[in-house]
Write a protein that binds this ligand. Structure first.
Ligand code: SF4
Ligand code: SF4
Length: 423
């Protein structure tokens, strides 16, 4: 396997969006009549399920599919389980979606279930995985976890998003409390926080290290933070967790702080929404809200064949349905008018070399993509450095032939994981 060294980023310079100096409160989206929750486990008709259509659910109730299931979701409202069905993600992987019919009378009034939260990671992992920001409690509680550093990101990963920065500005005190909770329940010795280099947030973080990250994309990606601030090079095919580092978003830390204060979950997710012509909105929506409700609330007109992108312009992926629900880890959603969707093409590579010059990890993208197009995933990894890609999306951004390079890479990595799992 080839291992390429960092770092040779050349033009164009892409700058992260800063949050406004005095950001407005997000627009609050009403809780819809039906919420859609995803459980990361496929349905299995040979097993007796623990839940069924028609069941009453409480606000804050933990919902699992089967005895011994390790995956779960938490209901954000009191209501009735109206549907249970298979959910297919953009790679065709299956999980399960639950539709909760919201009991409108109780929606805003019902108290959320309280949990017996103890000062340990196992207890937090039992109830708090689906908090806004999706704290990586499963990783931190894993038997094999050897995490020695936690990085709290108050910086946004993709362009146009200001979600994490907004949370940092508005909830700095709760973020400090959440960081303290994190330290206590994980006992991880080193906790760091990233903030944008132009931020005027002042310290006050006790023993927590502050990293000021560059405003230039892709400085906020985990691999770059490891390199620039922790002096660690992410080896090909490895994750930050493999190196003992776990990343957690500012929103997840604030959520943990609130949850330990109230001994219950909350469900209001902050989202950056990019409308047509790049109009920007910030909303607060209950986890499980279909995106169509958000677009309606901020008066974005949607038409057939408009493209909905979950994520930002560099790393986002399209979804085929306006009913895609708000997820705990969803920071930004964009809608692109069907008439101005950036083109992709079937044209062949013209060997201009732009992708090679822009790639931060020196992946030979122009050759790699030929193997990916031919479904030769193992060869792509063994000879052409698929595993070294840090998924910044820059190659696709600059490609002269408009080849969807990043989509090929994501699909290639996904297929490779499946192949390796089958061995
Ligand atoms: S997405 Fe493209 S440019 Fe970015 S690291 Fe991967 S191959 Fe390189
Ligand atoms: S940027 Fe696109 S066209 Fe140019 S070498 Fe890379 S893959 Fe080929």
């Amino acid at each position: 396997m080839i291992k390429r060294s960092f770092f040779t980023l050349s033009q164009p310079r892409l700058i992260y969006d800063p949050v406004e100096p005095d950001p407005k409160k997000p627009e609050s989206i009403p809780i819809p009549p039906n919420l859609i929750l995803l459980v990361n486990e496929p349905l299995d008709n040979t097993r007796q399920a623990l839940i069924k259509i028609g069941d009453a659910v409480k606000k804050g109730e933990k919902l699992c599919l089967y005895n011994n299931s390790t995956e779960y979701t938490i209901s954000p409202v009191a209501g009735t389980l109206a549907n249970i069905d298979t959910f297919l993600d953009d790679f065709g992987s299956t999980s399960t979606h639950l539709v909760i019919k919201n009991d409108q009378v109780q929606a805003n009034e019902a108290e959320s279930e309280t949990y017996d939260l103890k000062d340990d990671i196992v207890s937090a992992d039992q109830y708090l995985r689906t908090l806004p920001g999706a704290p990586p409690l499963k990783i931190l509680a894993g038997d094999d976890a050897k995490i020695n550093t936690i990085v709290i990101t108050c910086t946004d990963t993709d362009l146009l998003s200001t979600t994490h920065q907004y949370v940092m500005h508005k909830f700095w005190e709760m973020l400090k409390k959440g960081a303290q909770v994190l330290k206590t329940i994980t006992e991880v010795p080193k906790i760091c926080v990233t903030i944008p280099e132009n931020s005027n947030i002042q310290g006050g973080l006790d023993s927590i290290l502050l990293f000021k990250t560059s405003l230039e994309y892709p400085s906020n990606l985990p691999a770059m933070i490891l390199k620039d601030h922790l002096n660690l090079i992410l080896p090909a095919g490895k994750t930050p967790e493999d190196m003992g580092v776990c990343f957690i978003s500012a929103e997840a830390v604030v959520s943990l702080g609130k949850a330990y204060k109230t001994k219950s979950a909350h469900f209001e997710k902050i989202l950056t929404v990019i409308g047509k012509k790049e109009a920007r909105y910030r909303v607060q929506a209950t986890i499980g809200t279909p995106l169509s409700k958000i677009f309606n609330a901020v008066r974005i007109q949607t038409n057939e064949q408009d493209r909905i992108v979950i994520g930002g312009p560099m790393k986002g992926f399209s979804t085929y349905t306006l009913d895609h629900p708000v997820q705990p880890d969803m920071d930004i959603v964009m809608i692109q008018d069907k008439n101005i969707i950036p083109e992709v093409s079937d044209d062949p590579c013209v060997n201009c070399g732009k992708c090679l010059r822009i790639c931060p990890t020196n992946v030979p993208v122009n050759i790699l993509v030929r193997y990916l197009e031919a479904d030769q995933y193992e060869e792509a990894a063994d000879k052409y450095d698929l595993d070294s890609c840090i998924e910044c999306g820059l190659c696709a951004y600059v490609c002269t032939a408009k080849i969807p390079l990043f989509q090929y890479i994501r699909l290639g990595k996904h297929e490779l994981l499946k192949l390796r799992a089958d061995v």
